[in-house]
Design a protein around this ligand. Structure first.
Ligand SMILES: C[S@@+](CC[C@H](N)C(=O)[O-])C[C@H]1O[C@@H](n2cnc3c(N)ncnc32)[C@H](O)[C@@H]1O
Length: 250
């Protein structure tokens, strides 16, 4: 199935190809979950974990799983409008978890490229619909553990020979596209964690010299670009950055 949201860096176009490359293990962990495109594209494993350091995104996943009808009801009162979009963007998230999830969903659905300002065009209809049915995603997430951890903590907690990790970190040059903190040092921290992991892991990155050097000694496969926004964002800076690299320890 597809994810219920578009997302900056989301693997909507490559989810099936990536899912097919994952190792089969009892426990599947998506460490940088985002919109969960790969999780939703694959056959469920007996144990599954979705993790992201962005608390708003994680709250949205939990509410979709646990209160899909309440979320749909809340959204049915939120028409597509630039004014509401701007007001939600400026305001802190409501304390109520369903309202907070509705605001997150609304902002993602109505943003250009799932990140920038309100999306309106004379060529394309908006992607936001006030009437939603989250039941299929609630059912799919029913037994998924949803975590809100930094990647290092997530890897430590779930590592083991019966675990398969998929990792899709912010790419080199796109670290600041996300609310969660990921800086230049985090790339190397991630590499060090993965070098010591005992589980099978598959990692997506932009194809650039730094990444190839950091992961020398691991299997590296070039692949077509996975998503458009990062391609635009990073491609101007370094040649080949629009291409994707899949790295694994198996
Ligand atoms: C490229 S996106 C993942 C996209 C996802 N694979 C999809 O298809 O939708 C990267 C994600 O990493 C998360 N992230 C950033 N820093 C993190 C950290 N330190 N620990 C865990 N997650 C982090 C961001 O919030 C973002 O959702």
């Amino acid at each position: 199935m597809r994810s219920f949201i578009s997302y900056i860096g989301g693997k909507s176009r490559r989810a099936a190809a990536i899912a097919a490359r994952l190792a089969a293990r009892r426990c599947y962990v998506e460490v940088f979950g985002g919109a969960g495109w790969v999780l939703f594209a694959r056959e469920p494993a007996p144990v599954e974990v979705f993790n992201d350091a962005d608390g708003h995104l994680v709250n949205l996943f939990r509410v979709v799983r646990e209160e899909p009808a309440a979320l749909a009801r809340e959204l049915s009162r939120m028409p597509r409008s630039r004014e509401l979009y701007d007001a939600l963007k400026r305001a802190p998230r409501p304390r109520n978890r369903v309202r907070a999830a509705a605001a997150s969903y609304y902002l993602l659905k109505n943003a250009f490229s799932a990140r920038v300002g309100f999306s309106a065009s004379k060529l394309y209809a908006g992607k936001y619909a006030m009437l939603n049915d989250f039941a299929p995603w609630a059912a799919r997430l029913n037994k998924v553990t949803v975590e809100n951890l930094d990647f290092e903590d997530c890897l430590r907690r779930y590592d083991g020979p019966d675990t398969a990790f998929y990792l899709d970190p912010p790419y080199v040059g796109t670290e600041r596209y996300y609310a969660a903190t990921f800086d230049a040092a985090a790339h190397l921290r991630l590499r060090d964690c993965l070098a010591n992991a005992t589980g099978a892991w598959l990692l997506s990155y932009n194809d650039c010299a730094e990444v190839r050097r950091w992961y020398r000694g691991f299997r590296q496969e070039g692949a077509p670009a996975a998503y458009s926004a990062a391609k635009v964002g990073a491609a101007g800076r370094r040649p080949n950055a629009g291409r994707e690299l899949l790295i694994s320890n198996y």
